[in-house]
Write a protein that binds this ligand. Structure first.
Ligand code: PMV
Length: 323
């Protein structure tokens, strides 16, 4: 049996603004998805017969990417991520499956993060009608801290460019990395799940509608772009206080874009006295918030008391690997 693990992600800066061409910054988290594959008499997924049409990510990777024609496989999936909560669980699943299948077919070939990021992005795109940014898939494949933008971003290490034919036309992204300095090793992220699902598609549509009816809201998206760049500078310099302040400022702008919720605001407020900064993460409306802290236990307790489900991670875990 071969098992591969791929981490989930947490967006530190730039959600929603990235849709309008500004950069987004995401880090891989310690939690993720493990996929195990072994040869079997029949095709089995999670103990039940594998129905291709129900699992577009998996079928795409097996058929279109690897043109798999070997023995039937028994596939097991184990996730420690909150699902439908902006943690990138489907991207992690695609990365872990692609790594496990590659290792099954060519055990001596080392894993290539960029190749896996491209495979997982193609799986997301095929399952989401061509609409998928490479943020989740690249962060899960490569690990660490990843910046995704329409154009190259100063102060980052360029890794690869990618494009996609979407229903709205061709889109292009530049994917780069930021090395996380040792000074940040004393800090932790605490992710707080509201327990409420969040639909990325409807939150993105809500912001598009808000901006078209209130053009001055474009200013909030531009401010998020500036905060993201300030946050990146703070991150690269290992300046925890400035990083936390940028997170607080980002949450304020996301509130102005009406993507926060009462529960997200409650968890952010509860975490702040024990944190360097806190904000919603991902599409908003539900899903998760994230706090940067040097006292993860205290921050987790505060989030739990306020009704959230906490999860502790270091900043920028390792990317996909055979486990
Ligand atoms: O799907 P989530 O919750 O990780 O958030 C997506 C981030 C958005 O900027 C809101 C949408 C996007 O495609 O980048």
């Amino acid at each position: 049996m071969i098992s591969a693990f791929a981490p989930g992600k947490c967006i530190l800066f730039g959600e929603h603004a990235v849709v309008f061409g500004h950069p987004a910054v995401a880090v891989a988290v310690d939690h993720g998805v493990t996929v195990s594959v072994s040869e079997s008499k029949d095709w089995v997924l999670e103990g039940k017969p594998f129905l291709k049409d129900r699992h577009p990510h998996i079928s795409h990777i097996l058929e279109n990417v690897f043109q798999y024609d070997g023995a039937p496989l028994c596939i097991d999936i184990e996730s420690s991520l909150f699902s439908a909560a902006g943690m990138g669980s489907s991207a992690a699943l695609s990365n872990a499956l692609a790594a496990a299948i590659q290792c099954h077919l060519t055990p001596d070939e080392p894993l290539d993060g960029v190749k896996l990021a491209r495979i997982a992005h193609s799986a997301e795109a095929s399952a989401q009608k061509g609409r998928a940014s490479p943020t989740d898939t690249a962060t899960s494949a490569l690990g660490g801290c990843i910046v995704v933008s329409d154009t190259r971003v100063d102060g980052t290490r360029h890794i690869f460019d990618t494009e996609l034919d979407t229903p709205e036309g061709k889109r292009h992204w530049s994917v780069s990395a930021v090395d996380i300095p040792e000074d940040l090793e004393q800090s932790w992220l605490v992710i707080g799940y509201t327990g409420e699902g969040s639909s990325t598609g409807s939150m993105v549509a809500k912001v598009a509608d808000l901006v078209s009816k209130n053009p001055e809201k474009m200013g909030d998206l531009e401010s998020i772009g500036k905060i993201t760049k300030a946050g990146l500078t703070a991150l690269s310099a290992g300046n925890l206080e400035a990083l936390g302040m940028a997170m607080d400022a980002c949450h304020h702008k996301l509130q102005s874009l009406e993507v926060s919720s009462n529960k997200l605001d409650m968890l952010v407020l509860a975490a702040r006295p024990h944190s360097l900064g806190a904000k919603l993460t991902g599409a908003g409306g539900g899903g998760c918030m994230v706090a940067l802290t040097t006292d993860p236990k205290r921050t987790s307790e505060a989030i739990e008391v306020a009704g959230g489900i906490p999860m502790i991670s270091k900043l920028g875990s390792e990317g996909v690997r055979i486990s």
